[in-house]
Unconditional design. Sequence first.
Length: 88
Amino acid sequence: KLRPVSCISYQGFNPDRWGLKPDVLFCFDLELPPDFVPTPVDGEVACFTLMSIDEIVKDLRDWENGNWKPNVGVVLVDFLIRHGFVSA
């Protein structure tokens, strides 16, 4: 069941790096069965990778690796805080 869980407001750079761009992300939680395999179909994502919480936290700490767009990072941090994996 899809559940609305949070709303994140932040300022980011415009793609042309000139000025700030306000944005709001509406977050939802959706628990999926363990055997669910997502398939990219809309061109937004090239592939999906199953990662443990520890792998995600480690990867987010190394933000310069470029693995996450900034807006994805803030959603992941929100999830980690709400579920008690990290403290605010």
